[in-house]
Design a protein around this ligand. Structure first.
Ligand SMILES: [Fe+2]
Length: 451
């Protein structure tokens, strides 16, 4: 197995990999008694594997949402997510999975808007439909919105109303068939588990959320970390994977690396350095996260982290990870095809039937209007100038969150809006945030090849 993990001379000479090799040798002798309970249905060794990776679905069921005034006010205060079509987007994911027929589908947390029990229950039904429609097995972990969330609300007419949240025990119960019941190993200290969709590739599904004080503080914690007890458990998982010649992919809600230098407190794990060291020791080279809602791939010292954008935000994409024995991993992204789904059910909703352009315009308009308002409020821009700058920034936002700034960077930097945005260092939010998006050079955010 280690030979397969170290296919190049460069990797062989990397001290981190030597450390990983050393680590993996030690516990193999010290705790040789660990035995894997590989599920009966696990795909045989030497086979191809296809995994879909979605994140931050932020689903809210229509059972507790009448889309009335109260909900519209909630949507307008949001971040541009297409919450009005949450039900339809999730239904399209189910429909698309039927066609793509991946072996596994992962959702890396923030399954719901604010952890409403009704949304969780209905989400589990959708996951069941995915599993019933073919060979796909769904695996989920919680995000910071999902458990013990005191902000769980339903919407009726002009008012919000308090609705049930769920406990960690209920999360495990509701999603029993989507990870927990088929776990190879379960962490006793968190909702983390190890899954083996195939004998060659295992999923280390990590619960990085902090929710125990949410109710007392009347506020769901945003930040995350990997508990010391869970770190010890991860070492055991790595040992087991090593003994079974399996490669491990880690899945977390919170980020391992910094994906945006103005937006990382509470997003990147509080103990990210420790986690990076641990993953390195365990020979983990690929991590999927979510939380920040930005499609962004960062790598350091042989570890690649794919932060998946939110399924509920344009371009409503999920990742497709293909594994071929001897070749490794190939990752790309794909948008849910809402137009096709809407056609299949005979929908007459024009927004759904022209979803691609509707969803792009929706997201761009939210960004444009918000930026324009803040520029005018700053008193530093005329209306014409504010229009130019807001146009540039809304285009940048659309590209940035979907991981595609590279495609329009030159055009944006040549624009009048960019020139005007640079004429002042105020308002600071604008200049700092714009630079953080525009100057984020690096590897592709929408494709990855990992031998
Ligand atoms: Fe989220």
């Amino acid at each position: 197995m280690m030979t397969r993990r170290l296919p190049t001379n460069k990797r062989r000479s990397n001290p981190r990999y030597l450390l990983a090799a050393l680590f993996l040798l030690l516990p193999a002798t010290a705790c040789g008694g660990l035995a894997a309970k590989i599920p009966d249905g696990a795909i045989d060794s030497g086979s191809d594997l296809l995994i879909a990776v979605a994140s931050d679905t932020h689903y809210i069921t229509d059972k507790i949402n009448d889309h009335g005034d109260a909900f519209q006010r909630f949507v307008s205060s949001g971040n541009g997510s297409l919450m009005n079509y949450s039900e339809e987007i999730m239904e399209t994911l189910v429909y698309d999975m039927k066609d793509l027929s991946p072996d596994a589908m992962i959702i890396s947390g923030d399954l719901t808007v604010n952890g409403e029990k009704e949304s969780h229950t209905r989400m589990a039904e959708k996951l069941r439909n995915i599993e019933l429609s073919g060979k796909t097995r769904a695996y989920v972990i919680p995000g910071n919105h999902d458990i013990l969330n005191p902000w769980a609300r339903g919407f009726k007419g002009g008012s919000q109303y308090v609705t049930d949240y769920i406990t960690p025990e209920e999360f495990e119960e509701i999603y029993a068939d989507f990870g927990y019941n088929e776990a190879v190993m379960r962490d006793a200290s968190s909702l983390s588990y190890l899954a083996a969709p195939s004998k060659d590739v295992w999923l280390l599904m990590l619960d990085t959320c902090v929710y125990k004080t949410n109710i007392e503080y009347e506020n769901p914690a945003v930040y995350g970390r990997i508990l010391p007890e869970t770190q010890n458990w991860i070492r055991k998982c790595a040992e087991l994977a090593h003994n079974n010649n399996a490669r491990i992919i880690a899945v977390t809600h919170h980020n391992l690396f910094i994906h945006n230098y103005t937006l990382h407190y509470g997003y990147t794990l509080d103990n990210a350095e420790e986690a990076e060291q641990l993953f390195s020791e365990c020979g983990i080279e690929l991590v999927f996260s979510g939380h920040i809602h930005v499609q962004d791939i960062k790598n350091r010292e042989g570890i690649f982290e794919v932060a998946s954008s939110s399924l509920l935000t344009y371009p409503h994409q999920f990742g497709v990870l293909s594994y071929k024995p001897g070749e490794g991993f190939d990752y790309s992204v794909k948008s849910v095809d809402v137009e096709r789904w809407a056609g299949s059910i005979g929908s007459e909703d024009a927004n759904l039937l022209t979803f691609k352009s509707y969803a792009q315009k929706y997201y761009k308009d939210v960004s444009y209007n918000r930026t324009y308002g803040r520029l005018i409020d700053s008193g530093l821009y005329t209306e014409n100038e504010a229009e130019e700058v807001a146009e540039m920034i809304s285009a940048l936002n659309v590209a940035y969150f979907s991981g595609r700034v590279d495609e329009i960077r030159d055009e944006l930097m040549a624009s009048e809006g960019y020139r005007l945005a640079g004429k002042s260092s105020e308002p600071e939010f604008l200049t700092r945030y714009t630079r953080s998006m525009l100057y984020d050079y690096g590897i592709s955010n929408v494709s990855l090849r990992l031998p």
